[in-house]
Ligand binder design. Structure first.
Ligand code: NAD
Length: 368
């Protein structure tokens, strides 16, 4: 019996397996038995807005626990120590975190800092012998992503990317339906990912720290979504960029990009990535025999979805709670989520982003 099957049998009795189960029946499975397996002990690096969201979500994890922090701001460390009961010996700053190698209380570091810092920080954490969980986008281009994959392999640690949608129940149900052939042959994907960005001085609009604009931050959801909804990787890209505010969106910071992707089966995708419009969080995929529409599709939830058969009924569970329990299951039991969350998966998206930037710049079709 495969380890996934064993795990599913185990979790159907305990709720631990929420991220892996897509039917409402299984999602509500409960047990009084406490979880007794290994716990993934995590230090968060970067105590900003998303780091805070992950920390809160981890309070209800079964298999993962927040035990440490890495931050350049002592006042934040003090606050987190008190709020999450983090011992002083598990607190680090950006100068001394290589000392984590001598700390047996920490199994993994979750990097939640600006994109332009991910590569260096990943390589440094890998050298401590701790697993790395890194936020999306994994770096600022595919070469960085590949260096991160290679560095983690050489250090014999896992590299996982914060693709929380790969653990989201309605998303997983839609992917499962596609895998089961319920939409027939997938033909077309439409992804709209965007919001109106505020403060012009934030790191997201600084090329060195962000690596780009909306595409790195939010457009990546349509890229990744096209791949998991259609079940293929693209072979060509075309892209067109629009910039209405060149003062706010400087050279190298994309405001709006429309892009098209072609897939080996003949399926096509048409997507929009933007920092200049709100209410853009929608996926639509149609196949020869049916369709799925998700709106919202990648926000923090609840995600809403319907297919030609009716609404997707799976309940909302905090994405980051499912993700961290799922990542613990992956690390300790080798349980793979329905779509991978490893470094190689991250590199695939980075290659597509590189190609989109090239296609937008040259106006030419880019083959992958
Ligand atoms: P943020 O600005 O709120 O937090 C960034 C943190 O990094 C801050 O605590 C900041 O102090 C720290 N930092 C360390 N060095 C820094 C430097 N040189 N310049 C600026 N800040 C520095 O940003 P965020 O929204 O938390 O985003 C962090 C990462 O998380 C990004 O990679 C982003 O793409 C990702 N993210 C992912 C999701 C998701 O849903 N998976 C959502 C939001 C953000």
């Amino acid at each position: 019996m495969g380890s996934r099957r064993k795990f599913l049998e185990k979790v159907s009795l305990t709720t631990v397996g929420l991220p892996l189960l897509s039917t409402p029946l299984n999602l509500f499975a409960t047990s009084c038995e406490p979880y007794e397996g290994p716990i993934l002990k995590v230090a968060i690096m970067g105590l900003g807005s998303y780091g805070t969201r992950v920390a809160e979500a981890m309070q209800t994890c079964t298999r993962a626990k927040l035990v440490g922090v890495i931050s350049g701001t002592p006042s934040k460390i003090e606050k987190w120590k008190e709020k999450y009961n983090i011992p002083e010996k598990n607190c680090y700053n950006y100068e001394n975190y290589d000392a984590i190698k001598d700390n047996p209380d920490i199994d993994a570091v979750y990097i939640i800092t600006p994109n332009g810092l991910h590569k260096e920080q990943t390589l440094k954490v890998a050298k401590t012998g701790k697993h790395v969980i890194c936020e999306k986008p994994m770096g600022i281009n595919a070469a960085e992503g590949q260096a991160m994959v290679d560095g983690c392999k050489a250090a014999n640690v896992k590299l996982l990317i914060g693709y929380r949608m790969h653990f989201e129940p309605k998303t997983m149900a839609a992917i499962k339906m596609r895998q089961d052939g319920e939409f027939g042959q997938p033909k077309f994907f439409q992804g709209q990912s965007g919001f109106t960005i505020g403060d012009p001085t934030q790191w997201r609009l600084n090329k060195e720290l962000s690596g780009g604009g909306a595409m790195m931050d939010i457009g990546i959801y349509s890229i990744n979504g096209a791949r998991y909804m259609l079940g293929e990787d693209p072979i060509w890209i075309t892209a067109q960029e629009t910039k209405t505010d060149p003062v706010k969106f400087k050279e190298g910071i994309d405001e709006t990009i429309q892009f098209q992707m072609g897939f080996p089966s003949g399926a096509v995708a048409n997507c929009l990535s933007t920092y200049a419009m709100n209410n853009l969080d929608r996926f639509y995929m149609t196949g020869s025999d049916g369709f799925v529409e998700m709106q919202p599709s990648t926000g923090y939830g609840p995600i809403e979805g319907r297919t030609h058969k009716g609404p997707l009924p799976q309940p909302h569970v905090t994405h980051q709670t499912l993700q961290m329990d799922g990542m613990a299951a992956l690390i300790y039991d080798g349980v793979q989520p329905i779509v991978p969350v490893d470094g190689e998966e991250g590199v695939k998206d980075m290659k597509i982003i590189d190609a989109i930037f090239l296609a937008a710049k040259t106006g030419k079709k880019v083959e992958l």
